[in-house]
Structure formats: structure tokens, C-alpha cells
Design a protein around this ligand. Structure first.
Ligand SMILES: [Zn+2]
Ligand SMILES: [Zn+2]
Length: 210
């Protein structure tokens, strides 16, 4: 038996707490695995984000395929936050194009319509509006970002547009361990490597900051 590394709050009520982790005894179904692999791809892309207040990313999924990904970064050719510092207005950094906007730019419009967005942390209202305008039917956002501009209006926008809005809480150590294990199992690319990749959790000192 293992616990699922993901618990979801499928709701329009942003105040609902995460539901208890469901027990999962079988390997992930293909649909479940597909979502996890896409989420892992988006999570890894977030490391390319250039605003070091929050490096984030968004993937667009349609018809079981990851159609495009974007991360937050400056307009091409302009300096990035992690090089030149942030461009602040009202406690928000406004230097970057957000991951969702870049994902839209990077994806064929026909592949966005009726699709699903996977977003690291709470999308801001402007990005949610852009996704809505392009015809996204579902937004899965993983983790939360309390400083996300206009987040208190997200649920209403989703309801008005008929968009399914789902928040996921992820235990990332369990999440990546499950995927690493698959790499070493039958047919996996590390099946003959002779070692296992092991995620370990280490507590950081209280004064730790990025
Ligand atoms: Zn910034
Ligand atoms: Zn945004």
C-alpha cells in the first residue's frame, strides 16, 4: 500500500482545506500516470522561470497530449529579475510575462481550446482570464501562491465560464520518488543501472531562505 502523493481539492471554494490523502494500492492508472508525468514536466520547467520571487510554469494539455509549456520570464531580449532585480508595483513583480501567457504563446490555439491547463501555484486573475478567453475547460493548479493578484476572483470567473478549477496539494518527495521508481522498473530506462534513485527529505534551518 502506498499513499497517493497528490490530494486534490476539486472546488470553487478556495477556503476548503485539502482532503485526506486517499489510499492507493495499485500502480497508477495510465491516465493518472499521464497527469503526473505532465505535472513533473511543468514542475521542472518552472526552474527555468526567471523571477526568483516565484519561478513558475504552465502546461497546456489536450487530447492526452502535452501541447505546450511556458514559464515566467521577461520579454525576449530584456533583462531578467534574477539578473537585474525585480520591477515592483504594489508588492507585485511586473517584469515577467507569466507562465500561462507564455504557454498560450507556445501552443497552437486550436490545441488550447477545450484543453486543460496545469499550473504551478495559484494563477493570477489576468492569466486565468487569458486561459478562459482561449477556451480552456479545466485548470489544475498545484500548491498555492498567496500573493497572486486577483486570486479572490478566480473561483467566480471559473464558475461563470464553466471552467473546472482544481487545486492539488502534492507531497513532492513522494511524487518524484514514484516517478523515479518507474525509471528503474521493468522496461524503465534505468532498469539495468544497478542503483535506485532515492528522494530524501532534509529539514532546513529556520532561517533558511532562497
Ligand atoms: Zn521578479
Ligand atoms: Zn499570471
Amino acid at each position: 500500500m502506498q499513499e497517493s502523493a497528490i490530494s486534490s481539492v476539486r472546488s470553487f471554494d478556495m477556503k476548503k482545506s485539502a482532503s485526506k490523502l486517499k489510499k492507493q494500492s495499485m500502480p497508477p492508472s495510465r491516465d493518472d500516470l499521464r497527469f503526473k508525468v505532465f505535472l513533473a514536466s511543468v514542475a521542472l520547467h518552472s526552474t527555468l522561470g526567471t523571477c526568483d520571487r516565484l519561478r513558475t510554469a504552465c502546461g497546456i494539455v489536450n487530447n492526452k497530449r502535452l501541447r505546450g509549456i511556458g514559464y515566467n520570464g521577461s520579454v525576449s531580449g530584456l533583462p531578467h529579475c534574477d539578473e537585474e532585480g525585480h520591477l515592483m508595483a504594489d508588492n507585485h513583480c511586473i517584469r515577467t510575462r507569466h507562465g500561462e501567457v507564455n504557454a498560450i504563446t507556445n501552443t497552437d490555439r486550436k490545441d488550447i481550446r477545450d484543453g486543460q491547463a496545469i499550473v504551478i501555484a495559484t494563477p493570477c486573475l489576468d492569466c486565468a482570464k487569458d486561459l478562459a478567453e482561449e477556451g480552456i475547460r479545466r485548470i489544475d493548479y498545484v500548491g498555492r501562491y498567496e500573493n497572486s493578484l486577483g486570486k479572490q476572483h478566480l473561483a467566480e470567473l471559473a464558475k461563470q465560464k464553466g471552467i473546472e478549477l482544481v487545486n492539488h496539494e502534492v507531497d513532492w518527495a513522494d511524487f518524484f520518488q514514484e516517478l523515479f521508481d518507474l525509471l528503474t522498473q521493468k522496461g524503465g530506462m534505468l532498469k539495468n543501472a544497478g542503483y535506485r534513485l532515492k528522494v530524501t527529505k532534509e529539514s532546513l534551518p529556520d532561517n533558511y531562505s532562497l
